[in-house]
Design a protein around this ligand. Structure first.
Ligand code: SF4
Length: 284
């Protein structure tokens, strides 16, 4: 008898598609069509480099936290020297890790921004260092259990995959953690960040057969590390957006997002062309 052949469905939606949808649904459409956001928008070069450096710094925060704990011991360094050294340690790999994102940038400019960044983080930002060093729930967890960087998960049931920035396994629970370089809300966590954590939580629950109760968002620019409970409504939102993203990837052209950042979007011409084509079509 002929054996039935199993066909594996390759998940084609990433958690990053859901976060893009929250910014503007059309970003998902154009990217799905193979369009790439071309390079770094003019005038945004410095902030792109700073965001990359901040993200890498977030992966090394435990070093600052651990050295802060040892402070006052033999050979203790000043805070400034200490932070500068950690920054210099991380900067070495950045160009290799983010080769694609940094494409087209002049090396000299990159070096200038790096130097400025190291200086600003170590000299001017005493408050930032103090917040990292005085500890918080997240860094204590990282110190005790470590974390896995960019753990990738795939769910064939959801047709979704994703790489969570940090995954902490305490033995009793598995905790997703995302790093954000943008603005930090006054309280709690932005809705889109809660949705992202909920999407990772569903992937973790399927892979590890567990229940994810909480996650963390690291607003690294402000050294704010916010815990967020995984709520049913955030999972429901993630699933709703997952459905919409699948429709867009299936060819449906969506409305633009309510707060779409068109002024700094490299798809602006495509959007305009598409609008003109549609109005011509409906005018017939
Ligand atoms: S130009 Fe505006 S509407 Fe079009 S994809 Fe970019 S952000 Fe969205």
């Amino acid at each position: 008898m002929q054996q039935k052949q199993e066909h594996k469905i390759t998940p084609n939606v990433k958690v990053s598609d859901l976060t893009q949808y929250m910014i503007c649904p059309r970003l998902v459409y154009f990217r799905a069509g193979g369009h790439k956001q071309s390079g770094i928008a003019k005038g945004k070069e410095r902030s792109v480099i700073e965001n990359i450096l901040l993200k890498e710094l977030a992966f090394d925060l435990h070093k600052i936290y651990a050295r802060g704990e040892d402070e006052g011991g033999e050979g203790a360094e000043t805070e400034e020297e200490d932070a500068r050294r950690i920054m210099e340690e991380i900067e070495d790999g950045v160009e290799r890790i983010y080769k694609e994102e940094l494409e087209g940038l002049e090396t000299d400019f990159f070096e200038v921004v790096k130097r400025d960044f190291i200086c600003s983080m170590s000299v001017e930002n005493a408050e930032w260092l103090r917040k990292v060093r005085t500890g918080n729930g997240l860094l204590e967890l990282e110190e005790a259990h470590g974390y896995e960087r960019e753990h990738t998960m795939v769910s064939e049931k959801l047709s979704m995959s994703g790489s969570v920035d940090k995954l902490i396994r305490t033995g009793e629970e598995i905790i997703p953690c995302v790093i954000k370089t943008g603005k930090c809300p006054e309280y709690g966590v932005w809705k889109s960040d809660r949705m992202q954590l909920a999407a990772y939580a569903m992937l973790i629950e399927e892979e590890f057969e567990t229940t994810v109760k909480r996650g963390f968002v690291e607003y690294i620019r402000n050294a704010e590390f916010r815990e967020s409970r995984i709520k049913k409504r955030d999972k429901a939102l993630a699933l709703q957006i997952l459905k919409r993203v699948k429709r867009i990837k299936g060819g449906v052209f969506p409305e633009k997002g309510e707060n779409a950042p068109c002024d700094k979007c490299s798809f602006v011409e495509l959007c305009e062309t598409r609008k003109t084509l549609l109005s011509k079509l409906f005018a017939k």
